[in-house]
Write a protein that binds this ligand. Structure first.
Ligand SMILES: [Zn+2]
Length: 82
């Protein structure tokens, strides 16, 4: 008694894998086209690395006027001008 998968089982797994790879490709395509709603304005981007993802720019400091970039750990004061 062998634990080796049969040829049919291997073909099944291959088909399964192809299916899931196809699904993953579709998801990646959808994600790529998601509008960048969570971006800060260009003037508020990290001056160190240009990070604009609001989830990676964290307000720090008691008065909340400093932002720390989680991509490069640079802390900066976003442009206060409106
Ligand atoms: Zn940065």
């Amino acid at each position: 008694m062998s634990n080796e998968p049969t040829r049919d089982q291997i073909e099944d797994l291959k088909a399964n894998l192809a299916y899931h790879e196809h699904q993953a490709a579709l998801i990646r395509e959808r994600l790529a086209s998601v509008p960048a709603t969570n971006r800060v304005p260009e003037k508020d981007a990290c001056p160190g690395c240009g990070e604009r993802d609001a989830d990676r720019l964290v307000w720090i400091g008691d008065d909340g006027d400093l932002v720390r970039c989680r991509s490069c750990e640079h802390a900066y004061r976003p442009n206060p001008a409106r």
